[in-house]
Design a protein around this ligand. Structure first.
Ligand code: SF4
Length: 313
């Protein structure tokens, strides 16, 4: 954690900021005392004479990971995205110029200054430098946090975590890309697939539509509701996917999911709504047969029910 404080101090010095915030999601309250202690130790040593660092705890909202909703939350307002422009560097917290960076980015700064930009540039791929921390969960023997060089194959990460009989992997959390098992050589970097670093492995026993339904239901719950495409789109998608997963789908559902996806990606105000359709579109691309088979089964069931009704009449 000291490299976070150091990175924060260097970044603040570079832009002339006298106040910095560490935004801690509500679920990670257990880290509060540790952070407070490292800030105090740095202060006692005189490293933070010109900088005040405040830890700001959220209440667990997913959308507060989005930069403008995060600023609202720090200001004590409802955690919902802001219209942009203006962007944070010109008008951010309390209307003042603000930069917002991920903890990982800030923690890279001291090392880059010590070792030099050439050293850092030599790690990773052409467009993705350094290392990345991944949190691996799901059907693996060793779930946990792993740090890999940018550009490592996805297969390397899931092998380290002990994945077996993989059906697909979701990279980047609930709105992350779904990678089918025949694409495990894809590279973990901006040129390949990356996202937030949350990686979930699903084995052959998992139901694709059920997984996507859970993703979208979660995002519908976490949508802040400020813009219509996301507020309505996530709920309608969740309803369609629930129907499909329960074997009550219709042929038109696939086109409806695709149309909704396009509208949400084009018209949503922030990243939550813009990326929510990603797992839907990926599974429609790589696992379309699963959708079509489920709809076909629904049609047969409906036809059988209708026949039974006819006979009993
Ligand atoms: S996209 Fe969703 S989360 Fe973002 S502002 Fe619109 S409703 Fe809120």
């Amino acid at each position: 954690p000291f490299s976070l404080i150091e990175g924060l101090a260097i970044a603040s010095y570079a832009i002339g900021a006298e106040k910095a915030f560490i935004y801690l999601r509500g679920e990670y309250h257990f880290l509060f005392n540790l952070l407070e202690s490292v800030i105090k130790q740095a202060k006692d040593k005189g490293f933070l004479d010109n900088l005040e660092i405040q830890i700001c705890e959220g209440a667990g909202s997913y959308v507060c990971g989005e930069e403008s909703a995060l600023m609202n939350s720090i200001e004590g307002r409802r955690g919902e995205a802001r219209y942009r422009p203006p962007f944070p560097p010109s008008k951010g917290l309390w209307g003042k110029p603000t930069i917002i960076n991920n903890v990982e980015t800030l923690m890279n700064i001291p090392k880059i200054i010590l070792e030099g930009a050439r050293w850092f540039n030599a790690i990773g791929t052409q467009k993705s430098k350094g290392t990345k921390v991944f949190s691996v969960s799901g059907d693996v023997e060793r779930p946990g946090v792993y740090e890999l060089v940018m550009g490592s194959p996805l297969k390397e990460l899931i092998d380290i975590a002990g994945a077996r009989e993989v059906k697909m992997v979701q990279v980047g959390g609930a709105s992350g890309h779904i990678i089918p098992k025949n694409m495990m050589d894809i590279l973990l970097c901006y040129e390949g697939v990356l996202g937030s670093g949350a990686v979930t492995v699903f084995d052959e026993t998992r139901d694709v539509i059920d997984i996507v339904h859970k993703d979208i239901a979660f995002l519908a719950e976490e949508s802040c509701g400020k813009c219509t495409p996301c507020r309505e789109g996530t709920h309608i998608m969740a309803e369609i996917l629930e129907r499909l997963s329960q074997g009550e789908g219709f042929r038109e559902d696939i086109a409806a999911l695709e149309d909704l996806s396009k509208a949400m990606m084009a018209a949503s105000l922030c990243g939550l709504g813009q990326t929510a359709p990603v797992p839907v579109l990926d599974t429609l691309k790589y696992f379309r047969n699963d959708y079509e088979l489920r709809i076909h089964q629904s049609e047969i069931l409906r036809a059988l029910k209708a026949q039974r009704l006819d006979i009993s009449n």
